[in-house]
Design a protein around this ligand. Sequence first.
Ligand code: GUN
Length: 290
Amino acid sequence: MPARILDGKRVAEQVTAEVRDAVARRVARGMTAPGLAVVQVGEHAASSIYVRNKRRTTETVGMRSFALDLPATVGERDLLDEIDRLGADPSVNGILVQLPLPPHIAREAVIERIDPAKDVDGFHPYNVGRLALGMPALRPCTPYGCMRLLAETGEALKGKHAVVIGRSTIVGRPMALELLLAHCTVTIAHSATRDLADVVRSGDIVVAAVGKPRFVQGDWIREGAIVIDVGINRNDEGKLVGDVDFDAARERASYITPVPGGVGPMTIATLLANTLHAAELQQREALKAL
Ligand code: GUN
């Protein structure tokens, strides 16, 4: 029987509606709407689409969107000054600097400059460290969104062998930490992994985050495995495809995410949920300081 589809678009709409309701309740109680600043440096084509979607969706849930577009030539020091300014602005609860950055800017320096309490990407070493210690605070959006999709299956994750293909700081590494937190046995596979097909065949859960169109073959998928495809690639015909050969994998998996309409929509929905969470955490801290 072909796999059941994990409909990320539907789940993302549900998460977004929950955030919209929570924002409306806050505003009705006389509190300010949470604010999210999305910073873009330069005009990377794919980034421009993501950034536009993030800003637009922020407004649709009743949050305040602060757009900061800087030229690709901006100096690192000026970018860091802007991040400090957003950090000090109480109407900004979340700060996201879209990656990749131009090569003359050190991404680590930028990420470390963001106030961890406003780091809605969950990329600051403080937030990554907390996740690694099993004490999550603000969690990277894409992996957290994948966990929500895994929850949709209703399957117990405890004890399952999860194979994450990819070790990026945005997806692979935090995804492995999330799965560990859910009591999976976790393998991180990457470009230097030997016998990759066999490693993937041992996975009850396979998360593909490699960035190569249809890289994961159908016969790599164990019968009944849950397949989460994080890849968004354009094939030679200009069509969006994932990292997994969907049609072949679908014949073996129990659940699978489509591309588009799987993990992609979950990332923005989770970003909004993180921004709301950040606003709540900041409010709690402010009350404690009284
Ligand atoms: N570039 C690709 N994905 C992401 C993301 O989740 N956050 C940021 N800041 N940049 C990205």
